[in-house]
Design a protein around this ligand. Sequence first.
Ligand SMILES: Cc1ncc(COP(=O)(O)O)c(C=O)c1O
Length: 432
Amino acid sequence: MTSQSAARLDSLAPAELAAFLEEQRAAYADLQARGLKLDLTRGKPSSEQLDLSNDLLNPPSTTKDRAGVDVRNYGGLEGLTELREIFAELLGTQVEQVLCGGNSSLTLMHQVLTTMILQGGPGSPRPWKDEPVLKFICPVPGYDRHFSMLADLGIEMLTVPMRHDGPDVEAVAELVQNDPRVKGMWIVPTYANPTGAVVSQEVAAALMSMPTAAPDFRIFWDNAYAFHHLTDVEEKTADALSLAAASGHPDRPIVFASTSKITFAGAGVSVLAASVVNKTWFLKHLAMASIGPDKINQLRHFEFFGSADGVRVHMRKHREIIAPKFAAVETALQTALAGRGIAEWTQPTGGYFVNLDVVNGTATRVVDLAKAAGIALTPAGASYPYGRDPRDRNIRLAPTFPELAEVETAMAGVGTCVALAAAEKLSGASAG
Ligand SMILES: Cc1ncc(COP(=O)(O)O)c(C=O)c1O
C-alpha cells in the first residue's frame, strides 16, 4: 500500500486493524534483527559540520585586537568590539547593546537568572530570592535545558502552548497581568527548539508591550538558531529590543545567541544583547566573576568570519550538509505514516529539530520500542517541564549528528515504532 492510499487507522475494521498490527509486529521483528546502533537524541553538529570551522584551530594572525590591546591578557569584559559589531549587525541591534562572552550562551542565561535571584535587576523592587514564590512562563514544547534550569533553581513553571507563530499570547498576557510572582518567560524566537516555529512580528510586539504585574518581568529571548536556515527563505527574527523600547519596556527582553552551532559547539563564543541599562547591570555583576573572556578565541572568530556576511556564507555550508538529513526525516515519516491519522510532524525551515506528535499515550512506548531496536531517541516528554508531557505524545527528533544514511535507516525504524505503538493502542493489544 502506498503512503497516499494508506487508510486512517481509526477507520479500519477490527480484522483490518488486527492485520495491520501483525504487519507492524513483523516489521518491528525485522528491525530488531538488524542489530542497529543509531542515535537521534541530541541536537549536535556532525563532525562534517565541525570540519567547516577547522581554520579556527589555527592561532589568530596577531596577538592584538583592532584597538591594539593584547588579547592574551586580562580585560575587555564585554568582548572584542570587532566581533560585537558583527553580532550587532546580525541581530539587528547596536554594538553598545552587545556583549560577547565565553563558549556557552546557556551559561549567560544562567548568570542573568541567578543574578536576578541574588541581587535583583533594573526595575526590581527586591532581589527575586526575597519573593515568596517565583514563576516563569514556558512555551511547550520547548528546550529541555531551559526547564531543567528553572527546576534546579526552584522556579515554578507555567506552560503555554507554542504555536507556529510563537507562544499563545493571550494565554501569556492572562498569566502576567495580575500575578507579580510571574517574573519571566523563555522564548526561542527563530526556528524554535523543538517545533521550528518562528515568532511573528505581531506576537513579538504583543509580548514586548503587554502589561505585566511584575515591574521587572524579563523575557529570555534565546535566539540560538537565528541564522540556521534550511531553505532559501531566511527568516528574520523580530527585533525584540526595539519593540520593547518603543513600547516603554526597554529592559524586558534579554537576547542570547552563540556560535555553538555555527563554529564549534564546545568552543564557540556566546552573545548577549540587551538595553544599555541591562547590559551595564550585567557587566557590573559579571565583573565579580571574571576579569575578561577568552579574547584569543574571539579574535580567531572575528578573523574566521571577517564580517556578518562571512557568517551568512558559512551558515549556507551548514545548510548543504544538514538539509538533506531533514529531507530524509520527512521522506521516512511520509512513507511510513502519511494518511494514517496517527502522527503529525513539523517541516522546519531552520534550526535543529523535527517535532513529532504521535497517538496520545504512546510516545513513551515509541521511544522504548526504538531503544529496544537500537535507535536512541530523546526521552518522551523531554520538551516539557519536569520531562512530563501530559498527553505522552511528543517526541523530539534531532537528525543533524548522524550520517545521512543513518538518519534514513533510523527514521524508517521510527516510522515502524510509531505505527506499531498506534496499532497496539487502537486495538487495545498488550504492549507485548
Ligand atoms: C534553544 C537553545 N538554546 C541554547 C542552547 C545551548 O547554547 P550554548 O551552546 O550557547 O550554551 C541550545 C542547544 O541545544 C538550544 O537548543
